[in-house]
Design a protein around this ligand. Structure first.
Ligand code: DHB
Ligand code: FE
Length: 280
């Protein structure tokens, strides 16, 4: 049986990736942000899964305004780090798990969630920065990854509740896979940030703290937050947080919080991070 053992959330700020790649994690500006991932990197070594189901958003890298899938699932054997304008990040190729990915696609689509099946795709900072934060700079990523891009870049993004219900469908899909696999689900992006317009630079700590509390202890209430409240309170890019609800929907109602971290400033974003375990 495949089993979802844990959920992890974190922001994907591209400058964090650049700080790692350029050897700047010890700089005065960056050190406090990376300190929050020391425990996480050790936990990752102690709890290395077979597969990470990685919920993230593509930033017009693999997709463009030509085609905008709301939910997509990466079924390929491997995914190349994308060139986002400065050359691809010097990180390992991302190895997929086609067998589990196709099983999840089959199960989730039959549970009435329409996914776009992707057999060829490059992956940008939305996916590679979370991997770097949790794993550092290994020669190869220590697990397989099923990339799951969600559209939170172009309106209309999916609602928080739809994401939460989708997480539950993903859980049922993984539970029904005939194969002995330890699976983690990561929900990335967020927390409060706005990159453009008159409110660029917006950060809302009280919103973020309440969101962290709610994701851990009361996801049903968090799932009811409407889009307009994310935009008003967490900024236009704060909408990335609906992806955390996919992760949370795939976990048990009660979870064990292993780690929680929030740090400002991190580029233009409030950096938020959780490690949650399903009871064993
Ligand atoms: C930043 C944050 C993002 O989520 C992103 O996609 C790009 C940049 C930032 O804080 O700089
Ligand atoms: Fe982003």
């Amino acid at each position: 049986m495949a089993k979802i053992t844990a959920g992890v959330t974190m922001s994907h700020v591209p400058a964090l990736g650049a700080a790692i790649d350029l050897g700047k994690t010890g700089d005065a500006y960056w050190a406090p942000a990376f300190k929050g991932f020391e425990l996480s990197k050790q936990w990752m070594k102690d709890n290395t899964p077979d597969v990470v189901f990685l919920v993230y958003n593509d930033h017009m890298t693999a997709f463009s305004l030509d085609i905008i899938p709301t939910f997509a699932i990466g079924c390929a054997e491997r995914f190349q780090p994308a060139d986002e304008g400065w050359g691809p990040r010097p990180v390992p190729v991302v190895e997929g798990h086609p067998e589990l990915a196709w099983h999840i696609a089959q199960s989730v689509i039959q549970q009435d969630f329409d996914l776009t099946i992707v057999n060829k795709m490059d992956v940008d900072h939305g996916l590679t920065v979370p991997l770097s934060l949790m794993c550092g700079q290994p020669k190869a990523w220590p697990f397989k990854v099923i990339p799951f891009p969600v559209n939170v870049v172009t309106y209309p993004p999916p609602s928080g509740n739809r994401c939460y219900q989708l997480g539950k469908a993903i859980r049922r899909a993984v539970d029904s896979f005939d194969g002995d696999l330890n699976v983690q689900i990561w929900g990335t992006g967020g927390m409060s940030h706005q990159l453009q317009g008159p409110r660029a630079g917006l950060i809302n700590k009280p919103f973020d703290y309440a969101f962290l509390d709610g994701i851990v202890n009361d996801p049903e209430t968090i799932a009811k937050i409407p889009h307009i409240d994310y935009v008003r309170q967490a900024g236009s890019e704060g909408i990335e947080l609906v992806m955390w609800l996919i992760m949370r929907g795939a976990l048990d109602a009660k979870v064990k919080q292993i780690h929680r971290f929030h740090h400002v400033p991190t580029s233009n974003t409030a950096l938020g991070h959780l490690i949650l375990e399903n009871p064993r």
